[in-house]
Structures are given as C-alpha cells and as structure tokens.
Design a protein around this ligand. Sequence first.
Ligand code: GTP
Ligand code: MN
Ligand code: MN
Length: 598
Amino acid sequence: MTAVKAHARLAAWIDEVAALTTPDRIVWCDGSEQEWATLTDALVESGALVRLDPAKKPNSFWARTDPNDVARVEERTFICSADEADAGPTNNWMDPAEMKSTMTELYRGCMRGRTMYVVPFCMGPLDAEQPLFGVELTDSPYVVASMRIMTRMGSAVLEAMGSDADFVPALHSVGAPLEPDQEDVAWPCNETKYISHFPETREIWSFGSGYGGNSLLGKKCYALRIASVAARDEGWLAEHMLIMKLTSPEGQVRYIAGAFPSACGKTNLAMLEPTLPGWKVETVGDDIAWMRFGEDGRLWATNPEYGLFGVAPGTDFHTNPNAMRTLARGNSVFTNVALTDDGDIWWEGMGTPPEHLVSWKGEDWTPDSDAPSSHPNSRFCTPIEQCPILADEYHDPRGVPIDAILFGGRRKTTVPLVAEARDWVHGVYLGATLSSETTAAAVGQVGVVRRDPMAMLPFIGYHAGDYFQHWIDMAKGASGDAARLPKIFYVNWFRRDEDGGFLWPGFGENSRVLKWIVERLDGRGEAVETAIGHVPTVAAIDRTGLDLDDADLEAVLRVDRDEWLAEIPQVTEWFERFGDKLPAVLWAELDALKARLA
Ligand code: GTP
Ligand code: MN
Ligand code: MN
C-alpha cells in the first residue's frame, strides 16, 4: 500500500508496535463491505458472534462478553499528564514514563497468535476543514467491526491523511496472547486492565478490555478525553452531549445540546418522538458534541461519530421507536443482550418476555429466572445513517448553531423537571455541580448520588477546575456578545414519588419540556423565579392529551428549600476538592444560592 509507506510516522509506529506485540500477521482495514463480510464470517465461525435471523435483523450479530468485561472501568482509567496537578483530583494519574514502562511489559508479545488490525479513522466528516484523524491498532476483530460502525474508517481515511497528516495513535490489545495449540475463547480479555491517555503527546494506550468504552478508542478516549485537552488549548468544547434539531408546528427551527451522565437519557432524547402534535425532532448526535465558535459568534456543534452505541434495556417502540426502526434496518452488533429462539434479540423493557431465551451469560432463561436476561449495560451498535429521523445537518462539517444547552441527571429528589439558569455563569455553576445516581454504564455501585460535572466526570482529560474556568471563559469567545451564547437549562426526568414511581412520564412526553424551553428562548414561557433558577408555572407546561393533574405537576416542579439546603454541604465539599483551581465566580454563585435560600 503506497499510501501507507508514504506516511512515515504512521509506518514507523506500526513497525514499533508490531515488534513489541509480535502479532502473527498485520491487516490493513480498508472499510469495505467485503472486509466486513470476511471479518464477521470469521467471527461467526469462531463462535465469537452469532448471526441473527436475516429476516428479522439483516446482517446483524449477537455478542457476549466475559462477565467481568461489561462496562467502562473508571478505576483503571488514567490521565498520564507530565505534571500530576494537570490531571486534577477527579482523574487517576500515573507518570507517563512509568505508565509506558508498565504497559510496555504488558504489551510485550501480547498479540502472539493473533492478527493486528490497522484501523485508520476520522472523527467527523472527512470533508471537514481540518479533519481529526486517528489510527487504532487492535488485536480484536470485534473492535474492528464496531469501529466500522462507529467511525468513518478505512482506505478513504488513509488517503485523506496523505503523507503527513497529524493523527492520534491509539493502541489497543485484549491482552490475551494465544499459544500455538491454544484454543481461543469467545471473548478474550485480561484481568489486568489499563485505559491510559497521554494528553501532551495525544496518545491512547488501552489494554485488557474489549468492552466498547474501553476499546473503541475513537469514542470516549479520543473524542472526549484527548479532544477535551485540545479544546481547552484551542478555545472550543468537546462534550458528552446529544445534539437535536427541534422544529415547532410553526416551522421555527432550534438546535439543542444536552449533557446527561451515562445511561441517563441522551440517546432517548436525541431520537425523541414528540407526543405534542406538530413538533418534530431530528437527530444530529446522541453522545458526543464538539462545539466551536462560528464567525457569527455562536457556538456550532458537530457530532464526530458515525454510529450509535446505545443502552439496550428500556429501548422499545413505546420509549424510543426511532432507535427500534434504526435497528430493524440491520447492520448492527448487539452485545450482552438476550437471544430469542427464533434468532432475534430481546432485552428487559421490550414488552412481554418470550417463554425462552439464551441470556447474556449464555444460559437458558425463562420469565421465572431471577436474574435479568440482558446485562443492564448491554448495548446496540448501529450506523447513525440508518436513523429515520437523522437531520440533514448531521453531514455538514460546520454543524449546527446551538440555541440551548441542557444539563440533566438522575435524581429521585430535589431537582425539578426543568429550571432555566439565570445567566451563563449560573449555568456553568449548574453544570459544575450536576449530580446523578450512578448507573451500570461504569463498573461499581449503582444508585449512589455523585457529582458529575457537565456529565463529564469520567471524560475530562485534565484538571476539572481548569475545565470549569474554560467553560466560564467561553463567554469571551462569543464575539464579546454573551447574548449569542446558548441559554442553559437544568432538567431531571427521574424524580420519584414516595412509592418510588416516576413523577414524570418521560420519553416522548419530554417534548412538553422542550416546548417550554423554546418559549423561553423566544422570550415567552411563564416562569417563577426560584432560588435555583426560573422554573415553569404549572400553567406553562402544555398538558394537552396528558393525564397529569395539577398536584402531580406541582410535585415534579417543586423547589423544596430544605432539600436544596441539604445540597449545600455536598457542593461545598465538592468545590473544596479543587482548591485554588476552583474559579472564584463559582464560589460566588454558591454564596448567592445560599443567600437566596436563606
Ligand atoms: P450513554 O449512552 O451511556 O452515555 O447513556 P445515554 O445518556 O444515552 O442514556 P439512554 O438514553 O440510553 O438512557 C438510559 C436509560 O434511561 C434507559 O434505560 C432509558 O430507558 C432511560 N430513560 C431515558 N429517558 C428517560 C425518561 O425520559 N424517563 C425515564 N424514566 N427513563 C428514561
Ligand atoms: Mn456516553
Ligand atoms: Mn447513549
């Protein structure tokens, strides 16, 4: 391949990695249909994938991971900045030289008996002014198949890189070398896991895990952790956000971005089917937004991804019909869901369970089984271009101008359905103190309230205090006109009543909240000023066709002084973690909140 040899830095890196990891062979991925067919055929042959019934899910596959490799491993994720202080108090840190020496020993001979795939990829459209490239070297064909769905990858990327384009080298190994006579397992991985980032040299080294967030290195590792560092240096934002196009019955278009922690509703909101007549949602992105200032001083957002890697359980025609329609078109990989007897997939939340399934653990499952059939963090991986409501703007390298940013979390109490920030800095305060109950998307205890600033706690590639300052400084980027910045809103679809039931129906009904947000952008929309921001009056939420009485709506909109007073010590403790790095204006916001609550 001439293009390959032409890129000296790439060729040298591949030689170096091959010499270290000693794969049996090296395969350059071209991204073609033929390559996909060969790869998936081989994975089916080896038992790593099961082909689904083409009549139900054409060209689609079922994968089961090792039960110990099901989610992102935050404990094993490291930001290896030269100076420990630059990683900040929210990241694990190790000296880059020390990490490289540790991981070099793990990588030594780790691809023995396997193929090393070279996966050139591009985050965002190839025809962008400055396309952002990466090359992943991996010994996992599952990763190659998934990368083909999630990124633009293959020969076209390599060609666009030419002989000297900059790229992020991203090295991945499952860490399971094969001896000559050793039979492979369906999901090779290693008990020892490292997901390491080198922000100064813009490199990613991942070892031991095949799970998406740890192994599809274009996603969380590149498009969030490494990109957030580049964004800080260059004055833009790399965020854990959905992007949607919202059109009112009058035809007015608004673009909204939303940051919710993992498994807290981004994919669902991005593909929402409004229950309010005449409103239309189109999808631009469901997980990651890169936002830069346009010449007009507004923030423009693009989705750097090419696929959807969505939480499976709970996804169904009632909650997210557009995801179901996307999946029906096939070309997808399903991981850790259940397999039906007729060669389709099933998961909790998809209506009445069939009489018999094969669970994500490969065991017989019936409705009487104690454990769920699918892992709570089981995922679908599917091409975004199959989404029937994909916005045309998705393809535009300039992206879309953002009118509103939503911050949201999963809170049983305290946080009302929606509140509008008083101004940009107050909005940054709301983002910086965002809290949510933990989910199965990361290894660890589920349901514990933790601070998850801008839904980026596991993804900020540098000091979170500097990150808050960067957000505050964005106000200067808007051509000096803060009015051009998006308005910031705080939402919570997950408030509960005393019996533990959701107070708000959620999903398509969230269009009622979006309508109020749009009215606020237009200077309409009735609100009351509370200690935490502007909250809609009961009359301001359109309840046409919704069976929710005044008392129920009041309960979900309520700002309870005692509940908010109880947050203050937690926020104080959270802010104290950042020491001198916490922007003074955020302390001032906390003081102002205290004063308003008093
Ligand atoms: P990541 O892809 O991990 O970053 O998560 P995400 O933010 O895309 O979360 P997703 O939309 O997949 O939602 C995760 C879970 O929240 C699913 O089980 C959904 O059913 C549930 N969920 C999403 N929206 C709502 C809602 O409005 N109300 C309720 N009650 N649940 C919701
Ligand atoms: Mn995510
Ligand atoms: Mn998602």
